[in-house]
Design a protein. Structure first.
Length: 186
């Protein structure tokens, strides 16, 4: 039985299941979903990514959880809060992240789930802040970051260290929220 980490009025954030493999792989083959994330994924790469995500959840007790819509129990992608440890000036830290299938865009689901992940992180982890990152052109994700109360750290822009120096997706922007700010918003 998959563990549930958070619920919202429309979403369940839970462990990954074998039944998520095919829709997850389809997302990885969708050029629009992957536009700001990197090259299209093979089935093997998608399966490895799913295994890494669930492995981190099993190890840390949190991560990028599978998300399903309550109304029809359909897998939509992931939303969650994971420990990010790549080498950057703001790591290690708790990173909020999301990736939804294209047909779930524009309905406020990323914002709804990201709020739940943000609140779960502050309620359950001893973290002074949460962060979110994306490429400068990903205005949709940046809008979600702002809607959930994160603020752009203009001095925090960085080149993602796991991407090649010539990768056009290497430049990233950084958004942050302190625990103090979260407490003030509640």
């Amino acid at each position: 039985m998959a563990r549930i980490y958070a619920e919202t009025p429309r979403l369940i954030l839970r462990d990954w299941r074998d039944s998520d493999r095919e829709p997850w792989a389809a997302m990885g083959r969708d050029p629009e979903v992957m536009r700001h994330l990197g090259p299209l994924m093979t089935r093997e790469q998608a399966d490895a990514g799913l295994a890494r995500a669930q492995g981190q959840i099993d190890r840390d007790g949190h991560g990028f959880w599978a998300v399903e819509r309550k109304a029809d129990r359909r897998f939509l992608g992931f939303i969650g809060a994971k420990t990010t440890t790549f080498d950057a000036h703001f790591t290690p830290n708790i990173e909020l992240g999301w990736r939804l299938s294209r047909d779930a865009w524009g309905q406020g689901l990323a914002t709804e789930g990201a709020l739940a992940a943000r609140d779960w992180a502050f309620a359950n982890l001893d973290t002074p802040e949460v962060i979110a990152i994306t490429v400068p052109d990903n205005h949709g994700s940046q809008a979600v970051m702002r809607k959930i109360g994160l603020e752009r750290d203009m001095a925090g822009d960085f080149d993602h260290p796991v991407l090649a120096e010539d990768d056009p997706l290497r430049p990233h922007v950084l958004f942050r929220m302190s625990r103090e700010r979260w407490n003030a918003l509640r």
